[in-house]
Design a protein around this ligand. Sequence first.
Ligand code: PDD
Length: 294
Amino acid sequence: MAELVYLNGAFVPRSEAAISIDDRGFVFADAIYEVVKCYRGRPYRLDDHLARLARGAEVVRLDLDGGVGELASAVERLLRENHLLEVDASLFLQVSRGPGPRNHPFPTSARPTTLVIASPVPPLDPVTYSQGVRAITVPDRRWGMCDVKTVGLLLNVLAKQAALDAGVAEAIFVRDGVVVEGASANFFAVRDDRLITHPEGPQILPGITRQAALENAAAECIPVELRGLKVEELATIDEAFLTGTGTEVLPIVEIDGQPVGSGTRGPVTEVLQRRHFLLTRGAGIEAAGTGSGR
Ligand code: PDD
């Protein structure tokens, strides 16, 4: 059975879905998006993702034609019709300002292009999630609206590729000597059993998984400092981890060739991972790699 996607109000086979070469998403990165993970047919915090999309649309003055309700119904139908109710899946939602002549001002007659893709994702590797990954720091030269989830991700793409070229999993942006976030995930440090993460604002994406981790920390009575960690402080932290929709809660055990704390996953990270896996799968960390849930 061909995978269906939702494009501009219609459900079409993925191979037949086509977007104009004049689409402003393609020409100007004039588009916003969301990635949502679904655990056995259940989208994780879909309302939060749709609210962030709606907020982004308002900031960039993009008319969400049918509203987010249209997207939520599309998600439901795609999960069903693409047989994604018993496996883990990833949703990609994108809304662009639509096709128009290549002029900077908004086109007068364009209608937004709305796309929803739902595809299966492989289970996580439990070894990676217990052993952790390595990361590098990179200068943050991104724009001043990193809180808006636009598809203009070239500097994130270059940072991620630099990480892979260096043989590590993630690049961590540093701006004015302060650690902000990863190329595709939020960054947390732990020192003296306290969680430290950059506050919300224009320098980071207000991650949905970050928010969940903060709620989990509160439930575990783990104190939180919302502040930017100075890059020199990396040498003094006990633990670090990333949070993100696809990344979930991933320990970082080495940054720029230096071990983080003991160089292994730390206890605070493990507690927050466990809660995350329980919330998303109703099962422990060991189930992350099996794709099982409930
Ligand atoms: N990335 N920071 C950046 C720069 C991101 O791109 C992402 C997510 C996050 C984490 O946000 P959330 O927890 O809401 O997924 C933080 C998505 C998944 C992506 O572009 O693939």
